[in-house]
Design a protein around this ligand. Sequence first.
Ligand SMILES: C[S@@+](CC[C@H](N)C(=O)[O-])C[C@H]1O[C@@H](n2cnc3c(N)ncnc32)[C@H](O)[C@@H]1O
Length: 285
Amino acid sequence: VTGLRGAVRAAAERLGAAGVPSPEADAVALAAHLLRVEPAEVRRRMVLGGDEPEGYAALVAERARRVPLQHLTGRAAFRRLVLEVGPGVFVPRPETECVAGWAVEAASLAAGGGRVPVVVDLCAGSGAIALAVKAEVPAARVHAVEVSDLAHAWAVRNRDRLGLDVDVVLGDAGTALPGLEGRVDVVVSNPPYIPVGAVPLDPEVRDHDPEVALYGGSADGLAVPLAVAARAAVLLRPAGRLVMEHADAQGESLPRALRAAGPWTGVEDRTDLTGRPRAVLATRA
Ligand SMILES: C[S@@+](CC[C@H](N)C(=O)[O-])C[C@H]1O[C@@H](n2cnc3c(N)ncnc32)[C@H](O)[C@@H]1O
């Protein structure tokens, strides 16, 4: 039998030494995962028994190797949902919760007067944004498009487990959803946008997020986002809304490129909760 409090403290020290950014929270989250309890319960329980000390040590060792916390617990919280994630799919990020929120607002506005708004999530990954929109705007008809078969399988699994009626399509965002041209109210996207050649600093990102989820296809990272925006322009009805996440360094370049490419009006950039430029919003002219 091992004292739980001491084990968590030692784990936090080990994770801190390994460069994990939030070592205490991760040490508690791994114990909660092992014991199948909420994190608050970890602080109340006194001991680890049976094979729990070895199980906890193995999880902490993996995290110290910078395996993402969400791959070890198999879960990622996103707005009101808990999504299942693992190898082969991008782990949804807190900053994308803002982006999903702006899509929820746009979909709610489009739902005014009893209309059924059509919402499309291009580059859907785990399905985080599409599923959050459906959960928060149940009246919406939601389509999610993802090119990687591994990520697509995670999105289908999340959709089915959460019981949310979202159309999850395997395909390229650049040619997605023939038949919906000019009929969509909101296109939301968190596309890959890291400049080609840039190497992410965090090992969790560099070694575990799929490359297809990261790189934007050009030196400025904007080739894929602009191809996605071009398809969004075809899918959206006039006055339909685009919400697209970008890197914090792209808060001027992406809006500028959209204004130049057209057919957009009211192109505006928004910051996330940390004050960093995070997404561009625009209206289909
Ligand atoms: C940054 S991740 C975002 C995933 C999810 N929307 C989220 O916010 O967590 C980008 C996703 O786009 C997918 N992707 C990349 N190129 C694509 C394309 N041409 N068409 C559709 N999906 C694409 C990747 O496989 C990856 O799942």
